[in-house]
Design a protein around this ligand. Structure first.
Ligand code: GTR
Length: 384
């Protein structure tokens, strides 16, 4: 639901291509000291870390990952809705640091058909209707269909890590495990905390004999698409990262100021991004980076974006351009067949390349079966 304020900013936003400012975007292949970056070594040793640091300081905030202990406990509190095709595992993940602990809950369905190990798809979910179990099967999270195709599915609700509320977002992992993050201008905020949750889920996947953590997918829609991208930039264990309609602060270029802007998102969701990101409210042109540098942090692992024509607020063209420019790292540094040569206006169908993919569909802001099936087609192609 749109709040009245957001409804107003959506109406007042710019949707006119002619009013998009001329873009000055930083070059992924020139380091801060002016060195031309052409090799994997220079990319990984010099340029990649510069870009990670800028996103951390200016956009998302840190994802601290140190802790003293992690433990996994099967709880099985809920009846399995699909006993014929899958085993349900509900797991409490408890992380300890400085004498304090935080427990998050994650749910798995493991296919009954076959011995595994199964490739695993993790959804970071935030919709209230799934809050108490993330078990509901529908187009948005098609558990049964994914199981039939041989995947294990896993999901956790964002709020098991950090509440999605400006006043209370710290009342989860942040104040319990990482209180020193509070008040830092690049301290961990909600998107970073959700990404941290995905990393702890991966810690479990790696130990699970029935899961093939090497074929792992991190999926997020919209706000959790933003979180998934930042998590994957920080954690190379994800083979695939799929961000659906992640828009402003996710896939889309901020400097286009098309649809949702940095000021609009920071005012409506002050708990998502680093406090420093506020410096760019109505001043996107001053950002030292833009979202086109994000896919390169995930390369050479696979990254997939999707947009909807009815979701202009998320700026589909800005999402496409971000990936088109961002895929240059996969193509030019890692030698993947990842060069997008089509203009956004000329797209006739999905673009499924080696390690990068994109589609845009009719309809509105949502994660649908059409999105899933196109993403799965892309995955199959990459896996071959
Ligand atoms: C939009 C919001 C976006 C996006 C989304 C969502 O209205 O402005 O940034 O995150 O909601 O998460 O559904």
């Amino acid at each position: 639901l749109l709040s009245p304020i957001n409804g107003m900013s959506q109406i007042l936003a710019n949707y006119d291509e002619d009013k998009v400012p001329a873009l000055i975007l930083s070059d992924p292949f020139v380091s801060e000291k002016g060195r031309l970056i052409q090799s994997i070594t220079d990319w990984e040793k010099i340029r990649r870390s510069e870009i990670v640091r800028l996103f951390q300081d200016k956009v998302y905030g840190q994802i601290p990952s140190d802790f003293e202990a992690i433990s996994f406990e099967k709880v099985n509190e809920t009846a399995n809705p699909y006993p014929e095709i899958a085993d349900l595992e509900e797991v409490n993940i408890t992380v300890k640091r400085n004498g304090k602990s935080h427990t998050m809950r994650i749910n798995f369905f493991l296919p009954k058909d076959g011995k595994g190990p199964f490739p695993v798809i993790l959804l970071i979910n935030y919709l209230p209707k799934y809050a108490d179990g993330t078990l509901v099967d529908e187009a948005f999270w098609p558990v049964q269909e994914l199981i039939r195709r041989g995947f294990a599915t896993a999901s956790f609700h964002a709020e098991t890590v950090a509440p999605d509320i400006a006043e209370t977002f710290q009342d989860g992992v942040i104040s319990t495990l990482y209180p020193e993050q509070i008040g830092q201008a690049n301290g961990m905020k909600a998107l970073g905390a959700w990404g941290w949750g995905a990393m702890r889920a991966m810690d479990y996947f790696e130990k699970h004999s029935k899961l093939d953590s090497k074929i792992s997918v991190l999926v997020g829609h919209s706000r959790t698409g933003k979180a998934a991208l930042w998590a994957s930039a920080n954690d190379p264990r994800w083979a695939f990262t799929y961000a659906n309609e992640s828009g402003c602060g996710g896939a889309a270029l901020s400097k286009r100021k098309f649809g949702e802007t940095v000021g609009a998102i920071n005012r409506r969701f002050p708990h998502w991004f680093a406090d420093n990101f506020n410096q760019y409210n109505e001043k996107e042109e001053d950002l030292p980076i833009d979202q086109h540098l994000l896919p390169g942090l995930i390369a050479p692992r696979s990254v997939y974006y999707s947009s909807a024509k009815g979701d202009q607020w998320a700026d589909p063209k800005g999402e496409y351009l971000g990936l088109q420019l961002g895929s240059r790292v996969a193509a030019e540094i890692y030698g993947k067949k990842a060069a997008f040569d089509q203009g956004f206006e000329d797209l006739e169908g999905p673009v499924h390349l080696e390690s990068v993919g994109y589609h845009i569909r009719e309809g509105k802001h949502d994660l649908t079966w059409e999105d899933w099936s196109l993403f799965l087609e892309f995955m199959e192609k990459v896996e071959k």
